[in-house]
Design a protein around this ligand. Structure first.
Ligand code: H79
Length: 466
């Protein structure tokens, strides 16, 4: 008898060939819930697990004040200015009348993303301030209806990305400082909002309408929720929304902030199967070690803000950013690196410079990042390690050297497999293996070829650590 999971997969394949998959409502494939069915999950997550590097875009009305209000610098992250400067809704709303990003060129943004080597972008469709960057019938507070620009921003960007093989994904905030069903949490702050008595169902219906419009309009591959922490939003609400979205688009990937599964900024699910969501979301940090069998993505800013702030010049170096991509991959996660475009529609030049620098490294060394798995080793004192299983069953190790060993030898602590080949990824120069025994050592050139990170490839027999 045919395995029912296979049957469902078969139906999905046929349906997607026919272009029907997105409109199909799938019956449960097996006794587990659709979110947790390992077969469905692995199929759905495949491209995302291989991607390893994405670009986050925080863009909205907050780019206009750019961190300053009434002549004063407002502390903290720029997209929180409405909360941090306690701006009344009626005043903040007026920013929409000034939002006219005439320099926005979706092809240019997609080209910048492409040159950085990212495989997907995630852009804010609606942040906590409630303003929508897409055309929606659910509220007039959107770029088409409320701004002089008067056009959808997300559809053309989605198209420009897809033309270049980049997946298009959207961020959506559950907390909403503008929606009339929510109200400020205190005199000084909107955050965390409260829901007005008896109006939760109205807000949930609003969200569902908007998310359906988003899926129909731009067909994002990931929905990246945020602002789930107000106490009126429950895990049951998250599960209901998850099931609704899964029904609309079976291949959709959804982060864990749709429900209550994250603990603080570490963002990894407390208990992998109990909470809704497909991946954990550590924010502004890379976990100390990987977590076996957990999908996760670290999101991070390049300076100290997500939304554009004119006076934030605290940029991380390109070297740090490349090493963060590597560090994350070595622990089995994805790195989602943020840019905050200006109100005119430009990605700030310091961000572009850094993305291009990362892209130059990725163009040469991308094989050691994309489609790799976490390091099998407990410690690699000179840097980081990623790995792949080769078609013939051998294991390929990518040793990312950050600190070039003084004695000219790279020791691989804990490797017991026989080494069959060793070479530099850039250029392919063969390297001498000085010991095949318990503590193998590879002879290195006397100077470090790439000071950011030099990748030494080591192929070994069999698999490591089971
Ligand atoms: O969208 C980005 C942020 O706006 C959002 N998530 C990322 C992806 C985010 N939400 N919360 N936080 C980030 C951290 C919030 C910290 C807070 Fe605060 C501490 C909120 C209030 C006190 C930082 C400091 C923001 C305002 C003051």
């Amino acid at each position: 008898m045919m395995n029912p999971r296979r049957l469902v997969l078969g139906v999905l394949v046929v349906a997607s060939v026919l272009g029907l998959a997105d409109s199909l409502v799938i019956a449960q494939c097996c006794s587990c819930s659709a979110a947790q069915c390992p077969t469905d999950r692995d199929a759905r997550m495949q491209w995302w697990r291989e991607a390893r590097f994405g670009m986050f875009i925080h863009w909205g009305l907050y780019a206009i004040p750019a961190g300053r209000w009434q002549g004063k610098a407002v502390p903290n992250i720029g997209e929180w200015i409405m909360d941090q400067a306690n701006i009344p809704v009626a005043e903040y709303e007026k920013l929409a009348e000034q939002f006219n990003p005439v320099k926005f060129n979706p092809d240019e943004w997609a080209e910048i993303a492409k040159s950085a080597g990212v495989k997907y972008i995630v852009i804010t469709s609606k942040h906590h301030d409630g303003f929508c960057l897409f055309g929606t019938k659910a509220t007039k507070y959107n770029v088409v209806d409320a701004t002089p620009y008067g056009k959808d921003l997300l559809k053309p960007l989605a198209e420009a990305c897809r033309k270049r093989g980049i997946r298009f994904c959207t961020y959506y905030s559950i907390m909403d400082w503008h929606h009339p069903a929510q109200e400020r949490g205190s005199d000084k702050h909107y955050n965390p909002t409260k829901i007005k008595p008896g109006r939760k169902a109205e807000y949930v219906a609003f969200m569902k309408q908007q998310l359906k419009e988003l899926l129909e309009g731009c067909n994002p591959d990931v929905l990246w929720f945020d602002g789930e922490w107000p106490d009126w939003w429950t895990e049951a609400d998250g599960k209901d929304l998850y099931a609704y979205l899964r029904g609309l688009k079976p291949s959709l990937i959804i982060n864990n902030r749709i429900g209550k599964g994250r603990k603080g900024m570490e963002g990894l699910s407390k208990d992998d199967q109990q909470y809704s969501g497909d991946f954990g979301t550590p924010e502004q940090q890379i976990p100390a070690t990987g977590l076996a069998g957990v999908d996760w993505e670290s999101c991070m800013t390049m300076n100290d803000t997500w939304g554009f702030k004119s006076d934030d010049h605290n940029w991380k170096s390109a070297e740090t950013l490349v090493r963060n991509v590597i560090d994350t991959a070595s622990k089995g996660g994805n790195y989602l690196l943020n840019v905050g475009p200006t109100a005119e529609g430009l990605i700030p030049e310091p961000s572009v410079e850094r993305l291009r620098a990362i892209g130059r490294w990725m163009a040469v060394n991308g094989e050691s990042i994309y489609g790799t798995q976490a390091s099998p080793f407990k410690a690699t004192p000179w840097g980081r390690c990623t790995r792949k299983t080769l078609p013939d069953g051998k294991t390929r190790l990518y040793l990312h050297v950050f600190q070039w060993p003084q004695n000219g030898e790279l020791a691989i602590p804990g490797l017991a497999n026989r080494i069959v080949d060793a070479f530099l990824l850039d250029g392919g120069k063969k390297l001498e293996v000085k010991s095949h025994h318990a503590e193998p050592r590879i002879a290195l050139p006397s100077t470090m070829p790439d000071k950011t990170a030099t990748v030494v490839v080591v192929d070994v027999e069999g698999t490591i650590g089971g």
